[in-house]
Design a protein around this ligand. Structure first.
Ligand SMILES: [Zn+2]
Ligand SMILES: [Zn+2]
Length: 265
């Protein structure tokens, strides 16, 4: 029987990443109102990404993030536990800098993602999880499948090279591509990654932001089934970019896990 703690939310953003709304305090207050016992702010760190807009924090932003977060930890100490973590975006071209930046602070929780992919000779990185990147939406099925395989291979490298507690929104890349449900998944690469998570005891988040997009969490049932077979720890995450999403759909998670456990019966 696989369990998940639906009273903690391990993936919450702040306005510091430039694509979220609401103050840090509003996220905390919503979490308390919804009966959560623990939340973890998990803000974006990226390095060396060429993109038309900045969707991550600078080191100066992280200074402010910690100062503000510590004030909130003190103020709400008796009501909720507040962790201060990072969602680090892997970039194979910037490993040393990412390692140094991660080592320079005391994070309560490190989530690993791979959002941006250098593809062909394009000047900007492709944003694999954006609904606005028209080059991503225009990929052919063959191109998309090649990029998905590369995505899982990079994540496999990343868990060896960067410290992390959890992998974020595992099958979210290309989520807005109309061919998504029909792409064949790179199962060899996915299995390699799951094996590594098992060996290193790295958790997998069940990211409920997927429910509004495709009526299922990230990752979907097939991958979740495999993760459960590997006994990978599961963590509830809303990936909130606005206070009203904190803890969203968490009550559905036990059922989703149950269905995934039985999806090959
Ligand atoms: Zn974000
Ligand atoms: Zn992310």
């Amino acid at each position: 029987m696989t369990t998940i703690d639906i009273f903690s939310d391990h993936h919450i953003h702040t306005p510091l990443c430039h694509h979220s709304t609401g103050s840090m305090e509003e996220y905390v207050q919503t979490a308390i109102k919804r009966g959560l016992r623990k939340i973890c702010f998990l803000e974006h760190m990226e390095e060396g990404i060429d993109a038309p807009r900045i969707t991550w924090l600078t080191e100066k932003d992280f200074d402010f993030y910690f100062a503000q977060g510590q004030l909130l930890q003190e103020k709400y100490d008796s009501q909720i536990e507040i962790l201060l973590g990072v969602e680090v975006g892997y970039n194979p071209e910037q490993v040393t800098i990412l390692q140094d930046r991660l080592a320079a602070r005391k994070w309560d929780w490190i989530g690993l993602s791979y959002h941006f992919h250098r593809y062909q000779r394009d000047s900007y990185h492709y944003n694999l999880v954006s609904k606005r990147d028209h080059r991503v939406l225009a990929l052919t099925a063959a191109e998309a499948e090649a990029i998905l395989a590369a995505y899982y291979t990079h994540l496999c490298d990343a868990v060896d090279l960067l410290p992390c507690n959890m992998v974020c929104h595992l099958d979210a890349p290309l989520r807005y591509h109309s061919g998504q449900p029909f792409f064949s998944q790179p199962w060899k690469e996915i299995q390699l990654l799951l094996k590594k998570l098992q060996n290193k005891n790295i958790a997998l988040e069940l990211n409920t932001s997927g429910i509004a997009i495709r009526d299922d969490v990230f990752p979907g049932k097939e991958i979740l089934h495999q993760a459960i077979l590997h006994s990978i720890p599961l963590v509830a995450s809303s990936d909130s970019h606005s206070p009203e999403s904190v803890g969203a759909y968490f009550s559905r998670l036990p059922d989703i896990i149950d269905q995934a456990e039985r999806c090959h019966d």
